[in-house]
Design a binder for this molecule. Structure first.
Ligand code: ADP
Length: 258
C-alpha cells in the first residue's frame, strides 16, 4: 500500500480555549499505488484535516500515517497538493510559476526545460506559457496549478476540492484531463469533493466520512463497465449506490448507531 492511515485521531482546540473538539477519530484506511480515492462527506467532517495530515502539514494526535511504509512527519514534494484556489505568483508568467518548484529542488537546466514542457503539454497550456495569472481564466489557472504540481512528479497527488469553484463545463473538462494524466502516469490520487457525481465519475474507491458526534467511516468501491461515462447505466448505478450509502450513513449517524 502506498498510504496507510492507522487508527488516526485529530482534535483542534476550540475557539473558547479549553476543550478540544475531535475532528477525525480512530480512522484506518489504505490507498494502493495507482488508485484514485475520493473522500466525500458533509462540510466540517474533517476531509481537509485528513488530507493535510497525509500531506504532512499537520500531525495526528493519535495513530500514524505511513507513506510507502515510512511514517509521515513533514511535507515532501513526492506528496504534492492542489488546493481549491490556484495559488500562482501574480508577478511571474505561467512558465516561471511552474519552474519555481523545480528550481528549488535543484533541477539541472535542460532537464528543467524538458519537465516544464511536458507538464504544460499534459494540461494543454503550451500556448499560454508566457501569460500572467491575471490573463488566465479560472480553469486555466487551475490547470496551471496542476501543471506546477505535476512538474514535481509526485508519487501521490492530493487534491482538495480543486474544481469546485469552476463552471460545470470547465469542471468536466478538467476531470477528463486529470483522468488522462492519471492513466498516462499511473498516478495515485486522493481527491476531496462534495460532489457525488464527481466522486462516482473519478474514483476507483470512495471514503465516506461522517460528522461528530457519532462519527462513522465507510468505503465504497466503484464498479466500471468499459471505460468511464457520465451518463451510462453503470455510472447512474454508481451514483445511486453512493447516494444510498450516504443516506444510510446519515441515518446511522442520526440513530447514533455506527
Ligand atoms: P471539511 O474539509 O470536511 O469541511 P475540515 O477538516 O476543514 O472539514 O474541518 C473540520 C472541523 O475542524 C471544522 O469544524 C473546522 O472548523 C475545524 N478546524 C479545521 N481546521 C482547524 C484549525 N486549524 N483550528 C481549529 N479548528 C479547525
Amino acid at each position: 500500500m502506498l498510504i496507510e492511515v492507522d487508527d488516526v485521531s485529530k482534535a483542534y482546540p476550540q475557539v473558547n480555549g479549553c476543550e478540544s473538539a475531535a475532528v477525525v477519530e480512530n480512522l484506518s484506511f489504505a490507498v494502493a499505488e495507482g488508485e484514485f480515492v475520493c473522500i466525500i462527506g458533509p462540510s466540517g467532517c474533517g476531509k481537509s484535516t485528513l488530507l493535510n495530515m497525509i500531506a504532512g502539514f499537520i500531525q495526528p494526535d493519535r495513530g500514524k500515517i505511513y507513506f510507502d511504509s515510512r511514517p509521515i512527519n513533514s511535507p515532501e514534494p513526492e506528496r504534492a497538493v492542489v488546493f481549491q484556489e490556484a495559488t500562482l505568483f501574480p508577478w511571474m508568467n505561467l512558465r516561471r510559476n511552474i519552474e519555481l518548484g523545480l528550481k528549488a529542488g535543484g533541477a539541472e537546466k535542460a532537464e528543467l526545460q524538458r519537465i516544464v514542457n511536458e507538464s504544460l503539454a499534459l494540461v494543454d497550456l503550451n500556448c499560454s506559457q508566457q501569460a500572467y495569472p491575471h490573463q488566465l481564466s479560472g480553469g486555466m489557472k487551475q490547470r496551471a496549478a496542476l501543471a506546477r504540481v505535476l512538474a514535481l512528479q509526485p508519487r501521490l497527488l492530493l487534491m482538495d476540492e480543486p474544481f469546485s469553484a469552476l463552471d460545470a463545463d470547465t469542471r468536466e473538462h478538467l476531470q477528463d484531463q486529470l483522468l488522462k494524466i492519471c492513466a498516462k502516469r499511473r498516478q495515485t490520487v486522493v481527491f476531496v469533493t462534495h460532489s457525488v457525481e464527481e466522486a462516482a465519475y473519478l474514483a476507483d474507491r470512495i471514503l465516506i466520512m461522517g460528522r461528530p458526534p457519532n462519527r462513522c467511516y465507510a468505503s465504497l468501491r466503484i464498479q466500471r463497465g468499459q471505460g468511464r461515462s457520465r451518463t451510462d447505466k453503470q455510472q447512474m448505478s454508481n451514483i445511486l449506490r453512493l447516494r444510498a450509502a450516504l443516506k444510510d450513513f446519515s441515518r446511522q449517524l442520526s440513530d447514533g448507531n455506527c
